[in-house]
Ligand binder design. Structure first.
Ligand code: BES
Ligand code: ZN
Length: 461
């Protein structure tokens, strides 16, 4: 088989791959807002993928998992080869919303600047999943067939809860594909520019909204202030009780089930430790005092955390507001169980508020943490593919973020998830001026292709 020829062809075709990626990024497939026009754009992005996958020579279609979910895109080889392993590639074509005034360029203009593609979704996750499409296209063009049975499962709801995909998996949507060797996901970052990285773990998440109700309507504070309990005060007092100055979570039992990685794995991460200055360049902040005994990377990767994301209540007028609410989340590590953490968090917050005030929680999103064992047999082939793709030795890392469906994919396939990300910490995911390094994209397409050859060589039983 001609890996070298495939890589040479990828190098030659790169400009075309990039201009197609720009077209893809120009589709504002936002899944997080309530703009009805967004649904049409989400559908357009799904159709764009189906068209490209079909042009590559795969059988591709959209799947409507539930009546109100964004379409899934499912693609597979026309003929399945039972003597070859089946590999699933997951990605998401939906993107976060934008605050255009904070961007230097139109977020959907897909401008190229200083070796980067700038646009919402360029890195999270359109550019990363595009690397896999273009790798499959090239291998098919060179070999006439794929060395593995490659199944693409792409969703449009990762940024808003993956409900359709969860239903598809629970309904046995992957059954027709038989035994799956692994799922490959490129929706994570690398440990520095040009530094190939295999991610062994993602944190889980408990995301919720807390609402404290007060009077039935906003009241004049000159008339009622000092008499009527103020929901803003009740809310912030409860939230303030959640953490200490170092960011340590004070909810009883929060750390009880935390299991640290092995000494061997921790040593690998310690060797990657940089300085706070490097990690926080340009962000204009000092790190938190932090949990004693844990390094900067450890606090991001192997320790749980808690953040309040938004606060809303009342108005700038002199009122006692009718209600106040906050969104907050905890990032979870093995073996913390999302349901248990959610229950503990809610009970703790309720206990901070007088019984007379009505408190509500939700909607909530829960996801368990995901980890891959350091000595799993697929770690080596994945590392070899990364080395071929980037021409540099890869490192093993974890990530602090969450891909909620990763755990479901692992349990419904009974197979591991390989997290080979091509993004960077400086890609501004979910923020203004999101960008994706085109050198990273190039190496990503090469890696994705090399991985198909590597996985073809593994257990075929
Ligand atoms: N691509 C990210 C996941 C990610 C973030 C991996 C940071 C590694 C580092 C994904 O699209 C994402 O943002 N997920 C959300 C899930 C949440 C909305 C339930 C996250 O992590 O906040
Ligand atoms: Zn993502």
């Amino acid at each position: 088989m001609a890996l070298e020829e495939t890589l040479t062809r990828i190098d030659a075709q790169l400009p075309r791959f990039i201009s197609q990626l720009k077209e893809f990024v120009r589709i504002p497939s936002i899944s997080t807002g309530d703009d009805p026009a967004a649904a049409a754009e989400v559908a357009r992005a799904a159709a764009f993928l189906v068209e490209d996958l079909t042009r590559c020579g795969l059988t591709a279609r959209t799947v409507q998992a539930t009546a109100d979910s964004n379409p899934l895109v499912l693609a597979h080889p026309t003929a399945f080869r039972p003597d070859r392993p089946t590999v699933l590639v997951y990605g998401h074509y939906d993107v976060q919303g934008v605050e255009p005034s904070a961007w230097q360029h139109d977020p959907f203009a897909a401008v190229e600047e200083d070796g980067h593609l700038i646009g919402r979704g360029a890195s999270d996750d359109k550019g990363q999943l595009w690397a896999h499409l273009k790798a499959a296209e090239t291998v098919l063009a060179v070999e006439g067939e794929l060395p593995v049975n490659l199944v693409f499962l792409l969703e449009g709801e990762e940024e808003c809860g993956s409900r359709g995909l969860a239903r598809f998996l629970a309904d046995g949507g992957l059954k027709p594909f038989g035994r799956i060797l692994c799922t490959v996901i490129s929706d994570t970052g690398m440990h520095g520019p040009g530094q190939p990285s295999l991610t062994l773990g993602l944190r889980g998440i408990v995301f919720t909204r807390m609402t404290v109700h007060g009077p039935s309507q906003d009241l004049h504070s000159g008339l009622f202030g000092g008499l009527v309990p103020n929901p803003n005060h009740l809310l912030v007092r409860a939230l303030a009780a959640l953490t200490d100055q170092a960011g340590r979570v004070l909810v009883p039992g929060f750390y009880d089930e935390v299991r640290l990685p092995s000494t061997r794995e921790r040593a690998l991460y310690r060797a990657l430790e940089g300085s706070a200055a490097d990690l926080l360049t340009g962000l204009g902040v000092e790190p938190l005092a932090g949990e004693e005994g844990f390094s900067l990377l450890e606090r991001r990767w192997i320790r749980p955390s808690l953040d309040v994301h938004s606060l809303a209540g009342g108005s700038p007028r002199t009122v006692v507001p009718a209600q106040a609410s906050a969104t907050l989340s905890c990032r979870l590590v093995p073996d913390q169980r999302p349901e248990r953490i959610q229950a503990g968090l809610e009970a703790f917050l309720r206990a901070q508020v007088p019984r007379s005030a009505r408190v509500e929680f939700g909607p909530s999103h829960l996801a368990a943490p995901y980890t891959l064992e350091l000595d799993h047999p697929l770690v080596e082939p994945a590392l070899r593919a990364l080395e071929t793709g980037f021409g540099r030795k890869p490192v093993l890392v974890r990530e602090g973020g969450s891909i909620p469906i990763a755990g479901d994919l692992a349990s419904s396939t009974g197979a591991p998830v390989l997290l080979v990300g091509f993004g960077q910490l400086t890609d501004n995911w979910h923020g203004p001026n999101e960008r994706f390094s085109l050198a990273g994209f190039h190496a990503g397409v090469r890696t994705a292709a090399a991985l198909l050859y590597q996985l073809a060589g593994t257990d075929r039983s």
